[in-house]
Design a protein around this ligand. Structure first.
Ligand code: PAF
Length: 295
């Protein structure tokens, strides 16, 4: 069993036009490859809601603010295609880079507001790169639905804002973060952790969940964050870039969880940057990661 791989926009358009002719509902799952269970959960969710699912695979140079990070990003197209085929995804669109950024390409989609702070503060240009490539992927595929993971929570907000502002009719579906059994949020970057770093890494999720529980119980963010940052560093992380409480709906900063909120973190384990976030629901409390989303 194999999945058809499409490399050119002309071929993609032909395929999509034929599907449209049959009146089929089309979903897109944008990825940069190195697929793990988190991506596969998006594909499964897409297959439930659409007649045809296009998975895109493009390591987008415009969203890397660091050349070493781009060079180190895992490229595993063969394995990715082998993971997608048994699920029943219909097409892997892995365009040549000139299809995405032909000579003379000079357009940037830049989203304000929700792209500021958090990752936006530490990765200049990152969200412009994301918004630009995602806008292109939406337009190229002409999909009705698009699936994104909550793991990249700020990215989700950026893509949602862009879609609203540009009157794109594609429906965005957010899917929960998938975690390893020890709680570590699945990420293509986890593969770059050494064995000892991999053993230490889940502590981040543990601390974030504990902190979120206290926030849900009414504690003030500032009081908790000093201790939480120390605990993350003691667990073996070399730097905490941010640990912040933000409103779920518009990412505005919060001092307490007086409304539905997210606790978001970015920290460096050696030279690997990991991000995570959990929902903080003051009234109903939190669902522990091992109870609901471990695979
Ligand atoms: O989340 C990702 O993998 C990327 O940011 C995306 C959405 C595929 C855009 O390159």
């Amino acid at each position: 069993m194999s999945i058809p791989i499409i490399r050119t926009l002309a071929d993609l358009r032909k395929t999509v036009a034929a599907w449209r002719h049959e009146g089929l509902r089309i979903a897109v799952v944008p990825t940069m490859g190195a697929l793990h269970e988190g991506h596969l959960s998006l594909v499964r969710a897409a297959l439930e809601r659409a007649d045809r699912v296009i998975v895109t695979l493009f390591v987008n140079p415009k969203q890397f603010n660091n050349a070493a990070d781009l060079a180190a990003y895992p490229r595993t197209e063969h394995e990715d295609a082998a993971k997608l085929a048994p699920l029943g995804a219909h097409v892997l669109y892995a365009p040549h880079s000139f299809e995405m950024y032909p000579d003379g390409f000079a357009t940037t989609v830049s989203v304000g507001g929700v792209s500021e702070g958090l990752c936006g503060a530490y990765r200049p240009g990152h969200f412009d790169g994301v918004a630009t490539v995602v806008a292109k992927l939406f337009l190229q595929t002409g999909a009705d639905l698009a699936f994104f993971g909550e793991k990249d929570f700020q990215q989700l907000h950026v893509v949602r804002r862009m879609s609203r502002d540009l009157d794109l009719t594609i429906e965005l579906i957010a899917c929960p973060t998938v975690r390893e059994e020890d709680g570590l949020a699945m990420s293509s970057r986890n593969a770059r952790l050494s064995p000892s770093q991999r053993r230490a890494a889940p502590k981040l999720a543990e601390i974030v969940f504990e902190t979120a529980e206290r926030l849900a119980a009414g504690a003030a963010a500032d009081d908790l964050f000093r201790g939480a940052r120390k605990a993350i560093l003691s667990a073996g992380y070399r730097e905490v870039e941010y640990l912040e409480l933000r409103a779920d709906d518009d990412l505005s900063p919060l001092a307490t969880a007086e409304k539905p909120a997210r606790l978001l973190v970015a920290a460096w384990m050696g030279d690997v940057r990991l991000i995570d976030n959990v929902s903080v629901r003051p009234k109903r409390g939190l669902t522990r990661f091992f109870a609901s989303t471990a695979v």
